[in-house]
Design a protein around this ligand. Structure first.
Ligand SMILES: Nc1ncnc2c1ncn2[C@@H]1O[C@H](COP(=O)(O)OP(=O)(O)O)[C@@H](O)[C@H]1O
Ligand SMILES: [Mg+2]
Length: 311
């Protein structure tokens, strides 16, 4: 990274925290119906995907309705061709795909991921998820919808994030941060030539998120991507609204991760200073909009370390 590459987005058009959460009917999805119906075209699609090299490993862990979701995304014109895997995380795999001429990123949550139990506990105590019970499919569906709405909310607040394009059951299609050569690198992977500027940007992003009523909950150099000279915040599935009982703990942890990372890069940054800055200069505009139950707050009980096997 070189000096002067980052520019903050204008916040002129920033909305106050609103109710982006759409009621989720997670009882049955189009993907489930497609998987049940099993017409010939879908069956052929499923077999083709299962045989495709990039899905080979995952074929055993994707349930039929995941193929149904991918099929629906193809039918709806969001995906025209599947590309290679970008990342295999604890709960989700990320792939590239083509949408027309444009490359997109496809995040597929594995319904049977071993860490699913964590995710279930994240939602406990959130009134909007009360009826969900322990049905894995419903929990994951709600989670993916929340990730999409968190991304939108962050973008409206002037934070660079991938633009969400479509959501189907356990699959999120979003803007791809990368080039034909591959995905853009995480902050943990690049040499930062101007860490002071980068820190200022992340600091401002943290403040803007809080201002918009959100705490990321897993903010670190692993969920910040350096793309086309700018910093992007990713992985907002677990983000909570500021009224969440654990919001303060998450904010403290986010500030600790960020400040300690930049301190290691030689920046004069401390968790305390970052936290104080965010608390002092963020004024969530309408607290009622971020009250529990009014929006997209879910309940992380602790966020797992960010580990992936990159392909
Ligand atoms: N929109 C995207 N464009 C490019 N790469 C992405 C995108 N989303 C995720 N990735 C890559 O995939 C990795 C895992 O995605 P992430 O959303 O952080 O999921 P996880 O929950 O597995 O950490 C990221 O660290 C990043 O390298
Ligand atoms: Mg991540």
């Amino acid at each position: 990274m070189t000096e002067g590459q980052f520019g903050l987005l204008d916040t002129d058009d920033v909305d106050s925290p609103g109710d982006e959460w759409e009621e989720v009917d997670v009882s049955d999805t189009e993907a489930d119906r497609i998987a049940r119906k099993r017409d010939r075209e879908f069956s052929e699609f499923r077999e083709r995907i299962k045989d495709a090299d990039q899905f080979k490993v995952e074929a055993s862990v994707f349930d039929d309705a995941t193929y149904g979701a991918l099929y629906k995304l193809v039918q709806d014109g969001h995906i025209d061709a599947f590309g290679g895997p970008i990342s295999t995380g604890k709960e989700a795999n990320v792939y590239t795909a083509l949408s027309g001429e444009t490359e997109v990123a496809v995040k597929v949550y594995r319904i049977n991921a071993s860490d699913f139990k964590d995710m279930r506990s994240y939602l406990d105590g959130d009134p909007r998820f009360e009826g969900i019970g322990s049905d894995k499919k419903k929990v994951v569906t709600a989670w993916v919808r929340k990730e999409s709405s968190n991304l939108k909310r962050a973008r409206r607040a002037g934070v660079r994030t991938p633009e969400p394009i479509a959501v189907e059951r356990n699959v999120l299609v979003m803007e791809y941060l990368g080039t034909e050569e591959g995905r853009s690198k995480r902050l943990s992977e690049v040499h930062i030539e101007n860490p002071e500027t980068a820190y200022e940007v992340v600091k401002e992003y943290t403040r803007r998120l809080y201002d918009a009523g959100l705490v990321h909950g897993d903010l670190s150099e692993y969920n910040i991507v350096f793309h086309e000279g700018q910093l992007y915040i990713i992985d907002l599935g677990q983000a909570v609204t500021i009224h969440h009982p654990n919001a303060d703990d998450f904010l403290e942890r986010d500030c600790r991760n960020v400040a300690n990372f930049f301190a290691r890069q030689g920046v004069d940054a401390t968790p305390e200073e970052l936290l104080a800055y965010v608390r002092e200069y963020a004024t969530p505009k309408d607290k009622t909009d971020t009250a529990p139950g009014s929006d997209d707050d879910a309940v992380p009980q602790g966020t797992p370390a960010d580990r992936h096997e990159d392909e």
